[in-house]
Design a protein around this ligand. Structure first.
Ligand code: NAI
Ligand code: MG
Length: 336
């Protein structure tokens, strides 16, 4: 089977980690074809646009994109490209696995394996009702939760648990205070949970969840929550397992999906050839899962684990002296 994917090489360390990732994917004979398209600063320089129409058309056509980090220029008139992509393709589920890996800075080397499913299109982040009075004394911002929006993301979380043999979904909320918005999310989650009797569902208030994650992360399996809480909790989880260099994320909608590293374009190390490609590689693993190539995805993850275990060519952020290239070659050798 040949599958074409849209590939965005991105800005800063983006091209370096993308080349490394494609090298590993090529070593696996997956039958993937790459359609390279631009976004971000590199696109702005080439085309005058941060998110060219040709890029959107490519993603719409191929349905799957693998994306390196992009630099959104600071200043007026530049909306976040990531937010634009989520809106444009209605990518409502942001799926962020956090798993302890060997020889990383994980605080819990044995125990963390959590997937956060963050609602990606609603909540406070829609930017509705943002006002500030002229005297600067009063600011407002509106949150919006819909039954449909809550239903589809919670269902996604339960389906993910079912498909991957996970046993428990924790619904994270603040319905005790935010009675309408968080309340509707929780009520809807209960309706969906009732349709999955084989999967344990528990409910947890967001502040307690943060403490529990730091104290006893092994109690969590899949977490599903609203946009803002999910943003914060998934970064907390990334911190538990060794930080940004190992944190992948998938943005999933009914028609399209975009897979990326959680980290940014790391301008401080761009061009030095020392960026860690693992986060993007793990995102490529999520992409293979999504394409139904679960055995290949497992193989890729195992190769990463083996390379970390062997401390083979690790990049400086992992305490090694390897380069993006040599690290990727060490992983490619193990998947080939
Ligand atoms: P960042 O994630 O780029 O960097 C934070 C720190 O982590 C830096 O010290 C960097 O060197 C390090 N780091 C990040 N990825 C690494 C890797 N793979 N290997 C080794 N070290 C790594 O965050 P920052 O500095 O806040 O943002 C830089 C730019 O990235 C900004 O323009 C921002 O808008 C953009 N950004 C883009 C994202 C995306 O496209 N998904 C996400 C986050 C930020
Ligand atoms: Mg965030």
């Amino acid at each position: 089977m040949t599958q074409t994917i849209s590939v965005i090489r991105g800005d800063g360390i983006g091209p370096e980690i993308m080349d490394a990732t494609l090298k590993v994917l090529d070593a696996m004979n997956l039958g993937l074809q790459y359609e390279f398209v631009d976004a971000g600063l590199s696109a702005l320089e080439k085309t005058g646009e941060l998110l060219p129409e040709a890029t959107l058309e490519s993603i719409a056509r191929n349905r799957i994109a693998l994306k390196s980090p992009l630099t959104t220029p600071v200043g007026e008139g530049f909306t976040s490209i990531n937010v634009s992509l989520r809106k444009k393709f209605d990518l409502y589920a942001n799926v962020r696995p956090a798993k302890s890996f060997p020889n990383t800075k994980s605080r819990f080397p044995a125990g963390v394996d959590v997937i956060t499913v963050r609602e990606n299109t609603e909540g406070l982040y829609i930017g509705d009702g943002q006002t500030i009075t002229e005297d600067g004394e009063l600011a407002t911002s509106t949150s919006r939760i819909t039954h449909k929006g809550a239903e589809r993301v919670v269902r996604y979380a339960f389906e993910l648990a079912k498909k991957t043999g996970r046993k428990k979904v924790t619904v994270v909320h603040k319905a005790n205070i935010l009675k309408t918005t968080s309340g509707l999310f929780l009520k809807t989650a209960r309706e969906v949970a009732a349709q999955y009797p084989e999967i344990e569902c528990n409910e947890m208030i967001v502040d307690n969840t943060c403490m529990q994650l730091v104290m006893k992360p092994e109690q969590f399996d899949v977490i599903v929550t609203t946009n803002l809480f999910g943003d914060i909790i998934s970064d907390l989880c990334a911190g538990l397992v060794g930080g940004l260099g190992l944190a992948p994320g998938a943005n999933i909608g009914d028609e399209n999906a975009i897979f990326e590293a959680v980290h940014g374009s790391a301008p401080d190390i761009a061009g030095k050839g020392i960026a860690n490609p693992c986060a993007l590689l793990l995102a490529a693993g999520q992409m293979l899962d999504h394409l139904g190539q679960t055995d290949k995805a497992e193989k890729l993850r195992n190769a990463i684990v083996e390379t970390l275990e062997a401390k083979d060519s690790l990049t400086p952020d992992l305490g090694g002296t390897g380069t993006t290239q040599t690290f990727a070659e060490a992983i490619a050798k193990r998947v080939a």
